[in-house]
Structures are given as C-alpha cells and as structure tokens.
Ligand binder design. Structure first.
Ligand code: PGA
Length: 250
C-alpha cells in the first residue's frame, strides 16, 4: 500500500492570522482521518506560525519554493537552512506558476531539488505540460524531460522522501480537471520514468499526486486510478471543509 497524501498549496493567499485560523480548523478536522497524510503549504511568511501550530498533530508543513544556497546575498530568497529551522519538512519545487510566471527552468528546479535532498527536506517535484504542448502531442516528452532534468544527479538512495505531483498546466485554477484516465496515463508514465531514475522498488513506492482543479466532487474518480496516490490542491485547500472532504474521500 502506498502512502495517501493530500497537500494544500495556499499560494499567495492568507495573512499570518488567516493562515493560523485555517490551520487550526484543519488540525481539528483531521483528527478523524485515518491513513491519510496531510501537508500544508502556506506562504513563506506564515510557514513558521503554521508549523508551530501543527507540531505534534501529524500534519506536515512546507514552503512553496526556496533557493538552493544555504545563505548569502540573495535578496528576497529563503534557504533550506531557514526552511528546516522554521519546522518545515517539505518544499514544492517546479510548480508551473514558478516555471511560467517567474521563469524557473529545469536546471534551477534541479539545483533546488538537490539542496532539498541534502538538507533532508522532502521535495514535491511538480511536472506538467502546457495546453499547446498537449495539443502538439508533446506531453510525454515534456514530462520525461522535466523528470530527468529535475532529478539529474540525485542519488537514488537519497530520494526516499521524494513526492512527485502531476499538474497539467491547463487544469490549474481553470476548473478543468484532467479526466481520471488522462491523469492515470501520465501518472503511469511518471512511475515508469521514475523507475529509471530512482530504481524500480523506490518508484513502486513513490507517492504521485495529481493537481489541477481538484475538488470534493472529482477526487474519488482520481483516487480510483492505480497510480494516483493523492492530490496537490490549490483553490479548494483554502477552506477547511473542502480540503478535509478531499483528504477524507474514499
Ligand atoms: P488548483 O491549483 O487546485 O487551484 O487548480 C493546484 C495547484 O496549482 O497546485
């Protein structure tokens, strides 16, 4: 049985007080969920407070991005050392908004991923194709490239904490979810490609999350697929009831 993981990507939403209030509601509601791992990704400024609230609850906390150096003259960035010291054990890397709005390329994602592994922070590596890429039949090659380049140089034995999220860019925040079949096809490809990169055994245990307009109404069909182990949820993670409904879905 693979881990079932539900991650909430709060993006650039919620002040520190609002983040704390949402975290408290989620902590209270999560007590009834069995066999589900929850991870919250507040804005970096709110991560310390949320991590303090979540301590001892079994809920993980992470950041949505970080730089690869430990410290230095990198105005506006946060380092893996700070992330760990703030009590955060996870980092989202290569989210499509980072790639397409902020110009992150595979090489930068790779440097961040290696830094996360070095510091024992679990990376949630996001991969996904643009609509034009899908329409031109490029989905497979884009996903394989993002995986190979994102994981370049990672020692298989260091990737035990790795999580991968498939987020088709055309499904993020658009209300369009990939059908469970489309998502499953790409998840199978990811598991297959991961086997080359981290070894067959690790790939068979690797948690693969689907992301892109996940809601309480569409999560069941996704979780019914063989290679979908959970979800990376944006919009629907901003309210405790919808996030908990997703995380509790059978
Ligand atoms: P969404 O975002 O659920 O709002 O589509 C998902 C994500 O970007 O992680």
């Amino acid at each position: 049985m693979r881990r079932r993981i539900f991650a909430g990507n709060w993006k650039m939403h919620k002040t520190p007080a609002e983040s704390a209030a949402l975290a408290k509601e989620i902590i209270a509601g999560a007590a009834g969920l069995k066999g589900r791992e929850l991870i919250l990704f507040p804005a970096a400024l709110c991560a310390l407070g949320v991590a303090e609230l979540c301590r001892g609850s079994g809920i993980g906390v992470g950041v949505q991005n970080m730089y690869w150096e430990d410290e230095g003259a990198f105005t506006g960035e946060i380092s893996p050392v700070m992330v760990k010291a703030a009590g955060c054990g996870y980092v989202i890397l290569g989210h499509s908004e980072r790639r397409h709005i902020f110009g992150e390329n595979d090489d930068m994602v790779n440097k961040k991923l290696l830094a996360a592994l070095k510091h024992g922070i679990a990376p949630v590596l996001c991969v996904g194709e643009l609509l034009e890429e899908r329409e031109h039949g490029l989905t497979e090659s884009v996903i394989i490239r993002q995986l190979r380049e994102g994981l370049a140089g990672a020692k298989p034995e260091d990737t035990e904490k790795l999580i991968i999220a498939y987020e088709p860019v055309w499904a993020i925040g658009t209300g369009k979810t990939a059908t469970p079949q489309i998502a499953q096809e790409v998840h199978r490809l990811i598991r297959h490609t991961a086997a080359e990169l981290v070894g067959q055994d690790r790939a068979s245990r690797l948690p693969l999350l689907y992301g892109g307009s996940v809601k309480p109404e569409n999560i069941r069909g996704l979780l019914a697929q063989d290679d979908i182990d959970g979800a990376l949820v944006g919009g629907a993670s901003l309210k405790a009831d919808s996030f908990l409904a997703i995380a509790g879905a059978e």
